[in-house]
Design a binder for this molecule. Structure first.
Ligand SMILES: N[C@@H](CCC(=O)N[C@@H](CS)C(=O)NCC(=O)O)C(=O)O
Length: 308
């Protein structure tokens, strides 16, 4: 079954997945989605999740790159980016990269490039965090406060690479490389205005060049309507046997899932799969029929619709 990535070019999380698909030398379809809400051809698939990217395989929809990379690994196990001996450190490093390392980068880059960003982008992103739209001064101040934190973050990455290792965790590529890479890619992903921030760090730029060499695999553009039609013509793959924890909602219950950070739109459906890493719900939409929407466990709040 074909891999369909719903994404847009300047999304750094999409870049994480594009590069992961390139590392596995896969062929995939790219559906261009709007960078801001509304996303009328995405929501029928996800049931309300509006973040970027989303991976579709037939009528199975995978939200969040933490799960998407696991799915890509299942589709193409070699070369692995989850080597067993570093899996714990790889997950922990990825989390750090996508929170404490990335957040100041995001604020610094957005404040520095405010004049070239789509007009409604910042208002949309603030709304995702329950905040009012920022004015130019607020964005400039946030950029100024964040610049020193970006340099401290870059020094952390440089320290990791200082012993001459090829990859973040040593001799082998892991998901930590993709998580650190897409955070740093964002610095120069839109414009070259912040290129100077990377210049003092030879080790980082050499490592980024090695990462970039993975490429994006073979990309075939696809329209959003074609992707919806594929979902409508497909059935979700029957879920494997679940391995829930004792406190988890019962399989079959109607549940609500929300991201625990921002973009906390609720997604409802019938719980059909649960283990330590993944939650899957079945839901239906008039445009696509029945779809199975999958989320990672960590980073998401799961509760029955009756629970408060
Ligand atoms: N934890 C999520 C984060 C995804 C995320 O925040 N993506 C950004 C774009 S790079 C986003 O969704 N922005 C709002 C949007 O695209 O609608 C993941 O790993 O996929």
């Amino acid at each position: 079954m074909d891999l369909i990535l719903h994404q847009y070019d300047f999304s750094n999380y999409a870049e994480k997945v594009r590069l992961a698909l390139g590392y596995k030398n896969l062929t995939w379809h790219a559906v261009e989605i709007p960078p801001v809400a509304p996303k009328p051809d995405l929501i029928p698939l996800t049931g309300g999740y509006r973040r970027t990217p989303v991976l579709q395989i037939g009528a199975d929809i995978y939200c969040d790159t933490r799960l998407i990379l696991r799915v890509v690994e299942q589709v193409a196990p070699e070369p692995s980016f989850f080597p067993e001996n570093t899996i714990g450190l790889a997950n922990a490093t990825s989390h750090w990269a996508e929170t404490q390392l990335f957040r100041p980068i995001s604020l610094y880059v957005s404040g520095t490039n405010a004049d070239v960003l789509p007009a409604n982008l910042q208002a949309d992103r603030s709304a995702m965090r329950g905040l009012p739209p920022p004015d130019a001064t607020t964005m400039e101040r946030a950029a100024k406060r964040s610049a020193p934190l970006v340099r401290v973050g870059l020094t952390r990455v440089a320290d990791i690479l200082a012993d001459g290792r090829n990859w973040i965790l040593g001799d082998t590529v892991t998901i930590a490389d993709f998580s650190v890479y897409h955070a740093l890619w964002f610095i120069t992903g839109r414009t070259t205005r912040l290129t100077h921030e990377l210049e003092p760090f030879d080790g980082i730029t050499a490592w980024m060049t090695r990462m970039q060499a993975f490429g994006h695999g073979q990309v075939r553009p696809m329209s959003s309507i074609e992707a919806l039609n594929i979902a409508a013509a497909s059935e979700p793959v029957p879920p494997a046997a679940s391995a829930p924890f004792p406190e988890d909602p019962d399989l079959g219950a109607t549940v609500r899932i929300r991201a625990d950070d921002y973009g906390r739109d609720a997604i409802e459906g019938q719980l059909v799969y649960l283990d330590a890493e993944e939650i899957a719900i079945l839901r239906s939409d008039p445009r696509v029929g029945e779809v199975c929407v999958h989320f990672p466990r960590l980073g998401y709040d799961l509760r029955t619709t009756e629970a408060r």
